[in-house]
Design a protein around this ligand. Structure first.
Ligand code: SF4
Length: 367
């Protein structure tokens, strides 16, 4: 009998590539003058520095199709240093009351469905904003202006929630500079507000930051088989679940972000299995404070076209015109999502499975 190994097992294993190995830093001159800019340079003393007029326009990084072949390499080796110009906390109302001004955008991970690169271009590596003092001063004043939260809502019963990671993954950003540490420190001394960010990366250095309950980490989870296909470069799902208790013990509030829910063969069984893994993998203290948000996949035609160039297998599950409807956004982009009637049915099934398997976990919102 001849035994033929699957192709992946016949290939020699290559060592895992580090998430970041910064060789080139593109920097706005104003960012280089700030202490936070200097801190980032010291973190990678061997990196070549290129001055740029604006972090928004670096064609060799952000140009899309031409960069598909060296997509992950750019994310690993390039970093941008900029200054965040417009400071505003935008009202949100879904997972947070406000979206805080970003202290970074872009990501070193490469989830196939990620919307983060859409604004700058598709190989969008991390841009770190060096004017952190200005950003934290702005946030401090904004929190003061809100006063006490008197009406509980889905974000939080008593605290004003600020999402500090809309355009990046804060757990990875924290490996680059102290921006996230500074935000955690700011919220630690503000009893009326909390910071919040979703993450797919377990950074255990965050356990040292002493958040005293004023930062909510939302670990993003999906069934491991699907994550292996679409969550490129992220921490394995089992490790994310295993980190929950440690983050709670370190003083974080830990919620779960079930997202994106992707409808494919066996999806409901796989999610039920995931809920059971969480039930068995999370201790009573974490379970008592657990809550989740559920977000079904939305995708985008332009991203679909680009992904076909580097990860066509992911598109087999993400791009399902027979299940999806299109919606043209204000900027003309064609977005797709599951047809609304069917989506209601999927959501009911998923929530029923969650209530049955992991009843301790309430749902803050589903969308
Ligand atoms: S971890 Fe988040 S920000 Fe990073 S690529 Fe994945 S979805 Fe995008």
């Amino acid at each position: 009998m001849s035994l033929t190994l699957p192709l992946e097992e016949r290939r020699p294993r290559r060592p895992a590539q580090p998430l970041l190995d910064v060789r080139r830093i593109y920097a706005e001159p104003a960012a280089l003058e700030l202490p936070r800019g200097q801190q980032v340079l010291q973190r990678w003393p061997g990196a070549e520095i290129t001055e740029v007029a604006s972090h928004w326009q670096i064609p060799e990084l952000h140009g899309d199709e031409a960069n598909v072949a060296r997509w992950v390499r750019i994310k690993t080796e390039a970093l941008v240093l900029g200054v965040k110009k417009s400071l505003a906390a935008r009202p949100n109302g879904r997972s947070s009351d406000f979206i805080a001004p970003s202290t970074a955008n872009g990501c070193a991970m490469a989830c196939a469905y990620c919307y983060v690169p859409r604004r700058k271009g598709y190989s969008n590596p991390i841009t770190t904003f060096a004017n952190i003092e200005q950003i934290t001063r702005y946030l401090d004043r904004h929190i003061t202006r809100q006063g006490t939260k008197t009406t509980p809502n889905q974000c939080d019963p008593t605290a004003w929630l600020y999402d500090i990671g809309e355009n990046s993954d804060c757990a990875v950003d924290a490996t680059i500079s102290d921006n996230v540490a500074d935000l955690v420190a700011l919220f630690r001394r503000r009893p009326t507000a909390k910071a919040s960010f979703a993450t797919k990366y377990v950074n255990r250095d965050l356990l040292e930051l002493d958040p005293q309950g004023r930062t909510r980490v939302r670990f993003s989870l999906m069934p491991a088989t699907m994550a292996k296909l679409v969550d490129v470069r992220t921490t394995p799902v089992a490790e994310r679940i295993a980190a929950v208790d440690d983050f709670v013990a370190a003083g974080y509030e830990v919620h779960l972000n079930f997202s994106p829910v992707i409808v494919a063969d066996g999806w409901l069984e796989q999610w039920t299995e995931l809920f059971a893994q969480i039930r068995d993998g999370v201790g009573p203290t974490a379970r008592r404070q657990l809550a989740a948000e559920i977000i079904f996949l939305t995708h985008n035609e332009q991203l679909h076209e680009v992904n076909l160039g580097w990860h066509p297998r992911a598109e087999e599950v993400l791009w399902r015109p027979e299940l999806q409807e299109t919606k043209r956004s204000e900027n003309g982009a064609v977005n797709v999502r599951y047809r609304s009637g069917a989506k209601r049915g999927y959501l009911d099934q998923l929530q029923e499975a969650l209530a049955r398997t992991l009843p301790a976990c309430t749902v803050r919102y589903a969308f």
